[in-house]
Design a protein around this ligand. Structure first.
Ligand code: ZN
Length: 179
């Protein structure tokens, strides 16, 4: 069976990618309009990534907080932190999620076929059926929050995403990049 037999998809373009000794194929999922890029070569390491356009409306960090929030349990994987479970129990060669200034991507990779299928299943379930719809507190927990250790202290900001951004905005490479 070839890609042309996949009825749910329309083949937009096929191309020999000589530079990386691969065959590329661009598909369109008819129902959702999603574009799928297939790159086929003889590398044992299989990679899957799903990405979304997430242009920000303001500087509150919502796309990055959403990236973290969708990895806090989903319809078929209600674990509180499926991402951590995958890191511990999978044969992955890469597993992460990244928010860029205009997009969010969720890449996984593995040399083991069964593991690869499982990683794709967990990630697709996370991004398409996240528990955040049922539990709004997931978003609040991943977003920035106030912290007060004692009544005499000043109110401080805290939160995983907040702390990551403090790191990103203070790294010399990051600062240079934005100049
Ligand atoms: Zn992050």
């Amino acid at each position: 069976m070839g890609v042309k037999d996949l009825n749910a998809y329309q083949v937009l373009k096929e191309e020999d990618l000589k530079g990386i000794k691969a065959k590329g194929c661009l598909l369109r999922h008819k129902k959702s309009g999603a574009r799928i890029l297939l790159v086929e070569n003889d590398d044992d390491n299989k990679v899957f990534s799903i990405g979304f356009r997430t242009p920000p409306q303001d500087s509150t960090g919502v796309p990055h907080i959403m990236e973290h929030s969708v990895l806090c349990g989903s319809r078929n994987f209600p674990a509180k932190d499926p991402f951590v479970e995958l890191v511990k129990g999978s044969l992955n060669t890469f597993l992460n999620a990244m928010t860029y200034p205009d997009k969010t991507v969720y890449p996984v990779a593995s040399c083991n076929d069964k593991d690869f299928q499982n990683l794709m299943h967990v990630y697709m379930d996370a991004v398409l059926y996240p528990n955040i719809y049922k539990h709004e507190e997931i978003f609040r927990q991943e977003g920035w929050s106030y912290q007060l250790d004692s009544v005499k202290d000043k109110l401080k900001y805290n939160g995983v995403v907040y702390n990551e951004m403090k790191g990103a905005f203070s790294s010399p490479e990051g600062v240079l990049d934005r100049v």
